[in-house]
Design a protein around this ligand. Structure first.
Ligand code: ZN
Length: 61
């Protein structure tokens, strides 16, 4: 199980939140609700050598 807790600023409320990312899949994009404001955050990232790269957290539209 390759998981990493990743911290970023929510695009809605601006609060620093964390999500548990699954590093076993090389490219991912999904929507997850912000744990603070509950708005849907569009999360996308790639994984290279167990490192999260190109992480984006954007407003879901
Ligand atoms: Zn938020």
């Amino acid at each position: 199980m390759f998981e990493e807790e990743y911290f970023f600023d929510c695009p809605y409320c601006g609060v620093s939140v964390s999500m548990l990312l699954d590093l076993s899949v090389a490219k991912q994009a999904y929507v997850e609700d912000c744990e603070v404001c509950c708005n849907p955050v569009n999360v996308s990232f790639r994984v290279i050598d167990d490192e999260v790269v190109d992480f984006r957290a954007e407003v879901d539209d």
